[in-house]
Ligand binder design. Structure first.
Ligand code: SAM
Length: 375
């Protein structure tokens, strides 16, 4: 399987997955670089692969290195940089990965900047290891990094199948401060082999109602299963993106403890799926681009969440803007949906917004709070 994966060109579904990794990291990095509370940045890619496919298309580790330079190479400037440390791991591909990183850096030095100024140095701040993931993840050094609030961590887990990111790994990542993570999971296989003891060893499939779900919805159900492992004990946001490949569905699951992390990931997903922000398939049965009734402003998912927002505001469940903005995030929509709904209800004289009224719908962690009063 390992041989096959990187010896063939990446297919369309893999390219989409890699695009989402790239864009997610692109959104994430500046937030942590500019956050004064963060002293160092750690980027972990635990299933890194050799770095490229047989056609030289970059895999996740080279994508991350490339993105870490910044759009205008601004993070390559030694005076502007905050320490960024890369930890790449792959049980089978570490030697090829080291070679490919060396080759990538040599090209970079020839075409872009001098080696002496380079942000990346193998075995100084770019580490490649060949450990089994579970050994790597249980190391004390890693645990200390994950536990440190001053360290920003971006964690990518591009496993084969589903057996590596289990409940223990997921909970450990979810409770790590200043840590955002994204993992791949082969959802169709979990659904197909839900009763097999091998599957049940890693996922309690008795808690997932696959039988009444459409294939396209199964990845979302698996994401919900992971979300309920956290419960309401801590502030935690989870989003997912379903990737259809032929008859199978795979997907990504993203987790963060911070609203801004969720805003950023939602932005990436809604750019890929402007109808629902959830898949490369038509999950909610909308009219498609190029057809007469195509309407991304009022897609079925948007209408559904708008109705929920309306009911919650009018019942008093949502009584201020912060809880409204967070509700939109929890329903995996951009927070601007709440702002539109609140303004619409105000126009209809059904509510009044009082206090520090504003229409801010991004960086919601810093938005002034106002109250909603039923008119
Ligand atoms: C889907 S591929 C990763 C692809 C890579 N992210 C890329 O973009 O090219 C999964 C990788 O996990 C590695 N792997 C499989 N089991 C592993 C384990 N238990 N510990 C560490 N690496 C493992 C495989 O060698 C393989 O390269």
């Amino acid at each position: 399987m390992v041989e096959k994966f990187h010896n063939k060109p990446f297919d369309e579904a893999t390219m989409l997955k890699l695009d989402i990794f790239r864009e997610c990291f692109r959104e994430w990095l500046p937030v942590f670089v500019h956050n004064p509370k963060i002293s160092k940045i750690f980027v972990y890619d635990f299933f890194a692969g050799p770095g490229q496919d047989c056609n030289g298309n970059h895999g996740s580790p080279l994508i991350l290195l490339n993105e870490a330079k910044g759009e205008r190479k601004q993070y390559c400037n030694p005076s502007s940089k905050k320490a960024i440390i890369f930890g790449f791991n792959d049980k089978n591909e570490s030697e090829s990965l080291k070679e490919n990183i060396q080759r990538y850096l040599s090209c970079c030095h020839k075409s872009e900047c001098q080696k002496s100024e380079c942000l990346f140095k193998l075995e100084e701040n770019v580490f490649v290891r060949d450990l089994d993931f579970k050994d790597c993840f249980s190391s004390e050094i890693l645990k200390q990094k994950l536990a440190c609030e001053d360290f920003g961590k971006f964690v990518l887990l591009d496993q084969f199948g589903f057996s590596q990111v289990d409940e223990t790994v997921f909970k450990e990542l979810a409770r790590s401060p200043s840590t955002d993570f994204i993992f791949f999971i082969a959802s169709s296989f979990i659904a197909r082999f839900k009763d097999h003891p091998y599957t049940k060893k890693y996922i309690d499939t008795s808690k997932i109602d696959f039988d009444n779900a459409k294939p396209v919805d199964k990845h979302g159900l698996i994401a919900d299963y992971f979300a309920q492992l956290i419960g309401n004990e801590q502030e935690f946001y989870l989003h997912h993106f379903t990737i259809r490949k032929g008859a199978n569905y795979y997907g990504l699951i993203f987790g963060t403890g911070h609203t801004y992390g969720m805003e950023k990931f939602l932005k990436v997903c809604w750019a890929h799926d402007e109808l629902a922000g959830e898949s490369n398939d038509n999950k909610y049965g909308d009219y498609q681009k190029g057809t007469l009734f195509y309407d991304p402003e009022n897609s079925n998912k948007i209408e559904l969440v708008k109705r929920e927002l309306r009911a919650k505001i009018l019942s008093g469940d949502i009584s201020d803007n912060i809880s409204g903005l967070k509700f939109a995030l929890k329903r995996r929509c951009l927070p601007k949906l709440f702002v539109h709904m609140a303004k619409e209800l105000e126009r209809q004289n059904l509510i009044k917004r009082v206090g520090k009224v504003n229409d801010q719908a991004t960086k919601i962690h810093s938005v002034p709070r106002y109250q909603i009063v039923l008119a």
